[in-house]
Design a protein around this ligand. Sequence first.
Ligand code: IVH
Length: 670
Amino acid sequence: MKRGTRERVEWLRAEIRRHERLYYVLAAPEIGDQEYDALERELRELELAHPELVTADSPTQRVGGEPSTGFEAFTHKVAMLSLDNTYNEDELREFQSRVFRLVGERPLRYTAELKIDGLSISLHYERGRLVRGVTRGDGVRGDDVTPNVRTIRSVPLVLQGEAPDELEVRGEVYLPRSRFEAINREREAADEEPFANPRNAAAGTMKTLDAKVVAQRGLDLFLYQIAHQGGAAPRGQWQALERMRGWGLRTNPTSRLCDGLDAVLAFCAEWQVKRDSLEYDIDGVVVKVDDAALQAELGFTSKSPRWAIAYKYPARQAATVVESIVVQVGRTGRLTPVANLRPVALAGSTVARATLHNEEELARKDVRVGDTVLIEKGGDVIPKVVRVVPEKRPRGAAAWQAPTTCPVCGTPAVKPEGEVDRRCPNPSCPAQVEERLLHFARRDAMDIEGLGESLVAQLAGGGLVRDVSDLYRLTAAQLAELERFGEKSAANLVAQVEASKGRGMRRLLFGLGIRFVGERAAMLLSRHFRSFDALSRASVEEIDDLYEIGPAVAQSVHDWLAQEPNRALLARLEQVGVSTVEGEGQGPASAAFQGQQFVLTGTLAGLTRDQARAEIERRGGRVTSSVSKKTSVVVVGAEPGSKADKAAELKLKVVDEAGFLALLAEADRS
Ligand code: IVH
């Protein structure tokens, strides 16, 4: 090891921790993303070269290795209670009266905090290091979800300053709205059921066994309680918040210390109006008697503290009438019942449709045409039907019958064992073909401008296009014959279709609409495999091994590529000239390294690892992470790892940096 390496590693860690805190906890970054990434990259590379220097609390170790097989139960040292609710000013004043009866009437100070709508979590630190994260569970026992909690970037793995030997803090994990929306867009594009609201998404994410998936979701949290700490306990809630902030723990910046209940009510009124401007959902305000001595005097009931109460905001619901229930056919044949509603204003927009999810859900709620229903914006995004108002049901309203056939092609619908969705099993169903074509043409997929709904309906309906490869055989003359389609638009579309041939693997992979393969998965897969060819040859395990690719995606991609009709489709696409490789539009610049596998180890002086990889790939070669008999060349930089030894053992071709540069030059001459 070079002298000073250990010191450099330690310095990098401290620096990264400081910037993590500035960025994720204090929202006041001092450096840009690129500079931050450079620090992280340098640390990763040093740790890769010196595995003996890796520590569990290194900022690079947020995402661990293997997915867990299940969570262990953990019994809370102090039960995680819930709160009593109040819904108006009178009820809040009653809470204060109860407090006065117990401790005598006196001026009171309260902390008012937004009630974050997520899931509660307990974090345990020992000697300043994060050792455990536990969900609330039933309040007594929760799940040990430490690997997942570690992925949350605002959770310090090491506390700042003078931290007590033992500390347990509690708070609320949530999914920021923007992340929620992005995840749902991805899920819909990958034909997965979207999450109903950010809280469900956060809870579902916390239950995920693969921390790689959790890391990608982008959870965040606010801490609001010191449940236990070694040394002197804080004087009150406000001081607890200040202490947590001092240790680098993220607390909510809107919290307010209020003199008397009127100030609390003002806070509640203020945030009821401003709640939409937040990046997270809240369902009310938590009001806490600030003074710790008074808290101790007040104590707890079996369910909740007597010194705190929730002031809940009313749910934003509206009543309207179901005008019809229609069934939509999705890209993969999924049949989804949808309610068409008499338009109604709700939380800032007009709602005219609401999903009924699936027929089981619909039957459970017994929604009928003509019913008056209460609707709510699930997490303020997707409107959903909460319940029917039974008194308002018109006479003779009939229970809804799930269709036994596809409403579009008439094929008998199927409902596989154990699945909630009924499906149209006919892959040639015009509705499915249309949805697939629309997905293929999306801007973030193959980006074929002008291929919109009505044109797709004409093309699929008229039998001109049966799958996406047929698009590439369309002629301007054929198109010009279509209704409402002039010669100019026909020529434009043909040009657009032609241009899409070179979009590359990532967009094609996403555009094919393989189940679970959203934009991000498509990006990760194509960045690694670089061609459909290579991806087709990979095993499920090899795909699953990729950072951030989960088992469901891996299985789905593998199965899709193994199916004969899909292979035939890919062959037809290649035949018409659609690029199935990733790269500057048309794949590698030369084929000099075609079929060769490279392994990089150690640090190169003249170029970064990413640059070296790009140089190899530009010449048609592949970079893999481990040395095997299949490896063609091992490039060894300064301070190589065990890979260099393995290469020697297998008697592989080994080159140093100069040798590597010579290989590149030679390839360009050939
Ligand atoms: S204090 C003894 N403060 O609301 C319980 N809770 O309905 C002390 N919550 O389980 C809880 N924001 O999950 C507290 N600022 C906040 C909160 C908060 C959200 C959640 C928490 C709790 C639930 C009670």
